[in-house]
Design a protein around this ligand. Structure first.
Ligand SMILES: [Zn+2]
Length: 326
């Protein structure tokens, strides 16, 4: 059995899978908001221990544990540098050694979005297709590329689909640039815009729903509820997000011409099939090869995809370079 940990900005998801990739145990803990990398690593070890307990195995008896992390990953050194959305993670931290010491097994690190894409390619919605683009619509908008069965990360920073420009001199993105797709479609940007509009007097139930649910942020669940209630501001901002996704994803498709687009991420999974169809509709005016659009599907592995993909790093690490064709 192998372990997998998906390190997210709000939650840490751990799984233990068997050699058929079936989930035998899983656990989820909140990502610490203070303390820094050592505290995050301790919570990750805790989540994995809980998942192992559910699977009735000792962490030390696992073949290894894979980690999907944001930030710059050095798989050889086992380090993560400047991980966005994580507390005080500006410098370089030896996450691999830290976890390996706590869990008494070997640890392999990978990029969070790429391992989730690999999991969809190998085990999920992308299985029938040799080449695909994973679009992870959440706090930001992440992208993962698989070409002819192999992950493509360029020189290490490839797949940053969230920063495709959909409007020149457009809205300020969290990356500091202007007009990125993420500035319109990322949940973080959508929340900033909603707060600004609410402050200036636009009526919306978004923040009441947030408080009723005991949240401090506009989570995917809050957005979904507001849409169900027909909240005008939620509908407007989600419509803008879908239009931005359509333009950005179509532009990437014009370059890559893959068979399938797999839509994941918190919002992508929560809003599901009807929104995958809406994204395809929004892509159509921008698709050069509009006679033969790609298949657009929702990620089949759901919330566990990132952790299941992380566990693949252990299976793969016997062979270099990493390939999804096992
Ligand atoms: Zn950007």
């Amino acid at each position: 059995m192998r372990g997998g940990i998906d390190l997210g900005g709000t939650k840490i998801q751990a799984v233990v899978v068997d050699d058929e990739h079936t989930v035998r145990g899983e656990a989820r803990v909140p990502t610490p908001t203070t303390g820094g990398p050592p505290d995050v690593a301790a919570s990750m070890a805790d989540a994995l221990q809980q998942a192992a307990q559910a699977a009735d195995v000792e962490p030390g008896d696992l073949e290894g544990v894979g980690v999907g992390s944001p930030g710059e990953i050095d798989p050889g050194a086992g380090t993560v540098t400047s991980a966005r959305n994580l507390p005080d993670w500006e410098g370089t931290f030896a996450l691999g050694d830290e976890l390996s010491g706590a869990l008494h097994t070997r640890v392999a690190l990978g990029n969070d979005v790429q391992v989730a894409t690999d999991a969809e390619a190998l085990l999920g919605a992308g299985r029938p297709f040799p080449s695909l683009l994973g679009v992870f619509w959440g706090t930001g908008v992440g992208g993962g590329i698989v070409l002819e069965g192999k992950p493509w990360t360029g020189r290490g920073a490839g797949g940053e689909i969230g920063h495709v420009v959909v409007k020149r001199n457009g809205a300020r993105c969290t990356c500091g640039r202007k007009g990125c797709m993420e500035a319109y479609a990322g949940r973080g940007s959508m929340e900033l815009r909603a707060r600004g509009r609410h402050k200036r007097g636009t009526k919306t139930d978004l923040f009441q729903i947030m408080r009723d649910r005991g949240r401090t942020r506009l989570t995917s669940g809050v957005w979904a509820r507001a849409l169900d209630r027909g909240d005008d501001l939620a509908i407007e901002l989600i419509d803008d997000a879908v239009e931005a996704l359509g333009a950005g994803v179509a532009s990437v498709q014009n370059v890559l011409d893959v068979e399938a687009i797999v839509i994941g991420g918190g919002l992508g999974i929560r809003l599901g099939e009807p929104y995958a169809r809406r994204i395809l509709d929004a892509m159509m005016p921008h698709l050069f090869n509009d006679d033969d659009p790609p298949v657009v599907e929702v990620a089949a592995l759901g919330d566990l995809g990132g952790a299941i993909g992380a566990a693949l790093l252990v299976a793969n690490s016997h062979q270099r370079p990493v390939s999804v064709s096992l």
